[in-house]
Design a protein around this ligand. Structure first.
Ligand code: NCD
Length: 360
């Protein structure tokens, strides 16, 4: 099995083989969304809970559509509608949801580490839909899929990620994924939003837009995340856009076949001009389309294939019971407990990469 992990909490630590496997699986699901009847029975009878403590249009809808196209039942819970608004802790909310036996929980939360916390307390697969300024793995996977589709490969490309790096979970997940897949990553923005210690994560830091996008194969623009800012990071939005808004003039510095990505929501005129956002190099709508396929793949790999793994394990167990002294039995038992690709059930909490409030 090429992805034996119980959860998808981040791209940090995933191997190139694991990422490639998820991208290949997503590619195979794309065709379902082109059919007239956009549904396959893969997750029939399974329940997926979308637990969103932050506002979201794309990500929540994309997960819901993905689950529905796989025939799963979906339940959407928002912070306002959940008992969190009555003072319940995240762990208690999750434990109560888990007691209703869902097959997966997708969680988005303003605090870094929220998905890791849930993974320690509930027995079903947890998918990180964005935790604070830490990681947003499915967004990075859909970005990687879009880049691979357009460029044929990820290895050897120069990717400039521009804007509010400090508060961006999208940038962090992309940095891990892109570097693992062999791309060179530049972080471009004002020094207040591109801290020096980000160089430790393996990115080149550039403080000038034109220099940062020079000869880039891919430009990924980020939104200024005013909701996460608790200080003054630049004099005014006007000044920021004068220096860092991606205009046609800046795009001309990149490679002739450059592609431009943005995870959305976009602030037109602040970080990206409308001419560029709607122009010939933009692949922003492809990203949204690919998002559904990536989320179908992740749900299938964590939920659909789990059943098969369980059946295999039960069959092995029965065999083991029948002949305890079978020479292969102890090896297989060892495999069940520690071998293969299975990640530890309790993954490490976010480290250096995590900014903002952390949950323990
Ligand atoms: C991003 C997010 O929420 O992290 N958007 C998204 O998931 N499509 C980026 C952002 O909010 O700027």
């Amino acid at each position: 099995m090429l992805f034996g992990r119980p959860h998808l909490l981040g791209l940090e630590g995933l191997s190139a083989e694991e990422i490639t496997f998820l991208l290949d699986t997503a590619e195979s699901f794309k065709e379902v969304s082109e059919r007239e009847i956009k549904k396959v029975p893969t997750l029939r009878g399974r329940t997926v809970i979308n637990l969103f403590f932050e506002s979201s249009t794309r990500t929540r809808t994309s997960f819901e559509i993905a689950a529905k196209r796989l025939s799963a039942d979906t339940v959407n819970l928002s912070a306002q509608a959940s008992s969190a608004s009555k003072g319940e802790t995240l762990t208690d909310t999750a434990r109560n949801l888990a007691a209703m036996r869902p097959d997966a929980i997708v969680v988005r939360h303003p605090s870094a580490g929220a998905a890791h916390l849930l993974a320690r307390h509930v027995p079903c697969p947890i998918i990180n839909g964005g935790d604070g300024a830490h990681e947003h793995p499915t967004q990075a996977l859909l970005d990687l899929l879009t880049i691979r589709e357009r460029k044929g490969t990820i290895s050897g490309l120069t990717v400039a990620i521009v804007g509010d790096l400090l508060h961006s979970r999208v940038a962090r997940s992309n940095l891990f994924g892109l570097r693992t897949m062999g791309a060179k990553v530049r972080f471009v923005g004002p020094p207040t939003l591109v801290p020096r210690d980000f160089a430790e994560l393996g990115a080149e830091l550039v403080y000038d837009l034109h220099e940062g996008v020079h000869d880039a194969d891919v430009i990924m623009m980020l939104r200024i995340q005013r909701e996460r800012m608790n200080g003054r990071y630049f004099a005014s939005l006007d000044e920021y856009s004068r220096l860092f808004c991606l205009s046609a003039d800046a795009v001309a510095r990149a490679r002739r076949d450059v592609i431009i990505l943005h995870p959305g929501p976009m602030n037109r005129g602040v970080e990206i001009s409308s001419t560029v956002a709607d122009g010939p190099y933009s692949v922003i709508m492809d990203q949204v389309t690919n998002g559904v396929a990536v989320r179908m793949a992740v749900l299938y790999v964590l939920v659909g294939r789990r059943k098969d793994a369980g059946a295999e394990e039960r069959a092995e167990h029965a065999e083991h019971e029948e002949g305890e002294d079978h020479p292969g039995a102890s090896d297989r038992a060892a495999e069940r407990t520690g071998g293969g690709h299975a990640a530890p059930a309790t993954p490490n909490p976010p480290g250096l990469a995590a900014r903002g409030r952390e949950l323990s």
